[in-house]
Design a protein around this ligand. Structure first.
Ligand SMILES: *Cc1c(COP(=O)(O)O)cnc(C)c1O
Length: 497
């Protein structure tokens, strides 16, 4: 299978090239030329382990990788020493008809580990396949979670350096310390004075600056991205949609071919998009419910057909979803318009130049045919954490709580369909907000996040996730900081060129 550009502006590339390039050099994202349909019946996969299922699904997308190579990548990532749950992604029954898909058992306690533990292995194999002569430099812009997950995934991977940029003051203290204490000979971290979108735009601009890229090439370096626009990030996420479905089938919660809903707390649109690819491959899905926080640009888009990023950026208690430009939406629109490369190019160029675009009514109908969009306020988020804890003795983080709240609203019009809600972070990762939800704002006064972690542990009796323990005792290794405009300079300084 080959990969093509969403903007019809590049040649076909192999899976290895798509993963190595990260994004299309002249703008656009790589997508599969055609969607594979599953050869194996769902019923025949019910007994698969997570690793076996990953092998089956990734095999369709990583053509050019041998069976053994894919197996090795899976073995090195979905391993009990890395994921603190034997099932990798446990499915927790919240109540009749609704289930929580726990995507946060990896090393950094958030869902991005699922892709970022395996993607560096895909990339390191891709580099060998393409026989790249230069050293690969991964640039990442992060709103908090991706950064640490990428640093962990790439740490000490040979032939690759990784540089992570995060918004100064825009991530939690735990997130910041997770990043700045990362060991490894090839890891670099810098904060930039701007919000996440500023950071992401600055990094995107570096990728599309021919002069800068030529300079790097002369010095023996080549850029690549590990952001959620890299196909190597998307493909592993398709696996857990099948996993969740098979799990419900195995437990006889659903019948064969019964359609279910997925409700996903969404920011950059990567997670939910992977679900949509699973659906295109034949997974029986009724609706995808796209859950946003107060930065509800996607809710408005789904409900009006107008994508408008020209609005106030809000810092919320679900910071990993504080995003106004959802990059992976481009892939969704490409698929839903039946590979409308010219349309896509027009819309996303408009987004770039005017900050807004509107899709035609037939595209809009297709979107609402499969997807719902709704949002939850910060207060609703906190109320939901408390309510679910009191009712079910189950602790949600703020992002997952957005998903649960949006599902509760949706359920009023569709109470019958079994629904899986994506849980994207361990509650201890966003401990201040979670404790505020349980005990009120006064409970936070004068306490740092590490005291709060302990307090949350006392209340709930749940063990603190291994990736969050003792962070405040670790040595801060990375202290670089600069303006948004300094991204190129910081990169050059790090590479010594
Ligand atoms: C990244 C992230 C999200 C958003 O996922 P997208 O794929 O960007 O839509 C939601 N919750 C958490 C905790 C995250 O880290």
């Amino acid at each position: 299978m080959y990969y093509i550009s969403t903007r019809d502006n590049y040649r076909k590339v192999s899976a290895a090239e798509a993963i190595k390039l990260g994004m299309v050099p002249m703008g656009g994202l790589f997508v599969p030329e055609q969607i594979p349909t599953m050869n194996t019946q769902l019923m025949d996969m019910v007994r698969f382990t997570y690793g076996q299922l990953a092998q089956e699904i990734l095999g369709y997308f990583l053509t050019g990788y041998s069976r053994e190579e894919i197996e090795e990548c899976i073995y090195r990532s979905y391993h009990p020493e890395i994921f603190h749950a034997p099932e990798i992604v446990p499915i927790h029954k919240l109540e009749d008809g609704s289930f929580i898909m726990e995507l946060w058992h990896g090393p950094t306690a958030a869902f991005k580990d699922i892709a970022l533990q395996i993607m560096p292995h895909f990339l390191s194999k891709a580099i060998k396949k393409i026989q790249a002569k230069r050293e690969t430099v991964i640039l990442v812009a992060t709103s908090g979670d991706t950064g640490k997950a990428a640093l962990e995934g790439f740490k000490n991977v040979e032939g690759i350096k990784i540089i992570v940029f995060y918004p100064y003051g825009g991530v939690s203290r735990v997130q910041e310390l997770q990043m700045t204490t990362t060991e490894g000979s090839n890891t670099y971290v810098a904060s930039l004075k701007g919000n996440f979108d500023d950071c992401q735009n600055a990094v995107k601009e570096v990728f599309s600056d021919p002069e800068f890229n030529n300079l790097l090439k002369d010095k023996g370096y080549e850029l690549s991205s590990a952001n959620s626009i890299n196909w190597g990030r998307l493909a592993p996420q398709i696996v857990y949609y099948f996993w969740a479905y098979l799990n419900l089938l195995k437990k006889k919660e659903i019948k064969e071919n019964e359609k279910i809903n997925f409700c996903i707390p969404t920011g950059n649109f990567g997670n939910i998009l992977a679900g949509y690819y699973a659906y295109l491959m034949g997974l029986p899905v009724k609706r995808f419910i796209c859950a946003s926080n107060e930065n509800k640009v996607l809710t408005d888009f789904i409900n009006t057909g107008i994508y408008d990023r020209e609005r106030e950026f809000k810092k919320t208690n679900s910071p990993s979803m504080d995003i106004l430009i959802s990059s992976n939406l481009e892939r969704f629109l490409f698929e839903i318009t039946g590979h409308g490369g010219d349309k896509i190019k027009g819309w996303f160029e408009e987004l770039q130049s005017k900050g807004v675009f509107q899709v035609d009514s037939s595209t809009r109908d297709k979107i609402t045919g499969i997807m719902e969009g709704d949002w939850a306020s910060q207060e609703e988020t906190l109320e939901t954490i408390k309510e679910v804890y009191n009712k079910h003795n189950y602790l949600l983080d703020t992002h997952t709580a957005v998903g649960v709240k949006v599902y509760q609203k949706y359920r009023l019009k569709d109470p019958e369909t079994v629904t899986v809600i994506g849980s994207t972070a361990n509650p201890y990762k966003f401990n201040a907000s979670v404790l505020e939800a349980l005990k009120g704002k006064e409970a936070l006064v004068g306490k740092d996040e590490f005291v709060l972690l302990e307090e949350l542990k006392e209340i709930t009796g749940q063990e603190i996730h291994a990736g969050l323990k003792n962070l405040d005792e670790k040595k801060v290794i990375h202290k670089l900081s600069g303006e948004v405009e300094d991204v190129k300079k910081i990169t050059k300084d790090i590479l010594g060129i």
